[in-house]
Design a protein around this ligand. Structure first.
Ligand code: FAD
Length: 400
């Protein structure tokens, strides 16, 4: 005897279901009341002003500068240096990444690698000159490290040169993948001093003759973030050198913090995936039932939620360690690599859960998935971060 499944009514009683996905670990409960209030304002603002408004600029590969100005007014250009707790900084980055990963990349790099680098390595004059407008997101910076011929091996291979002659630095070379390279006001340029062979950091206004930037188009992720190829053949005053940026170790310090920051991005992106996939499952009907009533769809949502919970817990504890100045390279690389790996898995599941709409940027998941693929690679590829972690674990380098 054969049985046939008969369609039955399984309407979801949406009055009993919250509109948004749950905040699984509620890390915000550890913040002071003042930071909780500030975070809520940021979350409300980015959901109202960035989440949906970022889709068209993402499609067009355009950076809407007015969005950055609004974030500047919320203080998001200076969270790295304004005394905010590590947890607050992380939760603010989650809120941004949940709304749009590209904008969160722009703001995160701005804090970690532009404001943070100038604050920790720059001279008093450089800080006075650049930081006030940078902190308000009225001025933007570009972090210029990677080169066309040197990505993963940049520490040993960096070939952009800096030569001091007659109290002037002559900087020559090419850079690639430089975020905001075409729109920034100041470039943080890493070049090798021909006198001692050390990699040093310079602050160069982008209107300096000999600074040339060309936008990289056709990216499949982080399309709002403007990446550029640079050709540098310029002269800068002796004072362009940041006094504490006189070896590659200076960059490594900043890159360790920024690797951890990518972990927060992975959390925010997965929160967005869960939100969108859950909403779709509750509102789309197939076989006479909401998708949310099928076991496979529930498993998909629970898998994303599990990845999200693990990622959130890792970053919550990492924030405590950062407060105690215990952000080791092992912890930072594991956060970056592991959480972007989990985010990629979550993105693939969410894309499937949306069916055909899962490949439309207008339905958010495809946009988030493309962005996750990009964050999997920047700030050091997945493989290189795992190899650094492996070196930390064994004392043996498997990549140089
Ligand atoms: C969207 C985006 C934004 C970026 N923004 C910036 C920026 O603002 N400023 C900046 O300076 N840079 C930026 N980058 C550059 C980024 O840091 C590099 O892309 C990254 O370090 C990888 O370098 P690569 O692209 O040259 O890849 P490659 O170094 O060519 O690596 C290619 C592949 O080979 C693997 N590989 C390399 N060496 C080894 C090895 N020894 N053993 C095993 N596997 C290996 C890598 O893991 C990777 O999978 C950005 C990149 C992207 C994609």
């Amino acid at each position: 005897m054969t049985t046939q499944a008969t369609p039955t009514s399984h309407a979801v009683n949406t009055s009993q279901v919250s509109d948004s996905a749950p905040d699984l670990l509620n890390l915000a409960r550890h913040l002071s009341a003042e930071e909780q209030h500030r975070l809520q304002r940021i979350e409300d603002y980015v959901q109202e002003n960035i989440r949906h408004q970022s889709i068209e600029p993402w499609n067009q590969e355009e950076l809407p500068l007015d969005m950055l100005h609004g974030l500047g007014e919320l203080g998001l250009g200076e969270v790295f240096v304004d005394g905010s707790s590590q947890l607050f900084q992380g939760l603010a980055h989650i809120a941004l990444a949940q709304a749009d990963v590209s904008i969160s990349a722009v703001v995160g790099i701005h804090n970690e690698l532009i404001v943070g680098t100038i604050e920790s390595l720059g001279s008093a004059e450089q800080k006075d000159h650049w930081l006030p407008d940078l902190r308000r997101l009225r001025t933007l910076g570009a972090f210029c490290l990677t080169e066309p011929e040197h990505g993963s091996d940049i520490a040993g291979g960096l070939s952009t040169s800096a030569t001091l002659e007659d109290d002037q630095w002559h900087i020559r070379g090419s850079k690639r993948w430089i975020g905001l390279g075409t729109v920034a006001d100041v470039a943080v340029v890493w070049a090798r001093d021909t006198a001692d062979g050390q990699i040093k950091g310079f602050l160069v206004p982008t209107d300096t003759p000999g600074y040339q930037a060309r936008k990289i188009t056709n990216k499949t992720g982080l399309r709002i973030m403007q990446n550029a190829e640079l050709e540098l053949d310029l002269t800068a005053p002796e004072s362009a050198l940041m006094p504490k940026a006189t070896s590659f170790a200076a960059t490594s310090e900043g890159l360790r913090g920024s690797r951890a920051w990518v972990g927060w991005q992975a959390v925010g992106a997965q929160q967005a995936l869960l939100e969108v996939a859950r909403h779709h499952a509750l509102t789309r009907t197939q076989f006479g039932k909401p998708l949310a009533s099928f076991q496979l769809v529930q498993t998909a949502l629970a898998t994303i939620a599990g990845n999200l919970a693990v990622s959130t817990a890792f970053m919550g504890e990492l924030a405590r360690l950062q407060e105690e100045s215990q952000l080791t390279m092992l912890r930072a690389t594991l956060a970056k690599a592991t959480l972007t790996r989990l985010a990629r898995e979550s993105a693939a599941i969410a894309r499937d859960a949306l069916g055909g709409n899962g490949i439309l940027s207008t339905h958010e998941v495809a946009k988030i998935a493309g962005d996750i693929d990009a964050i999997y690679t920047y700030e050091g590829s997945y493989g290189i971060n795992m190899l650094i972690a492996g070196r930390e674990l064994t004392g043996v380098s498997a990549f140089v």
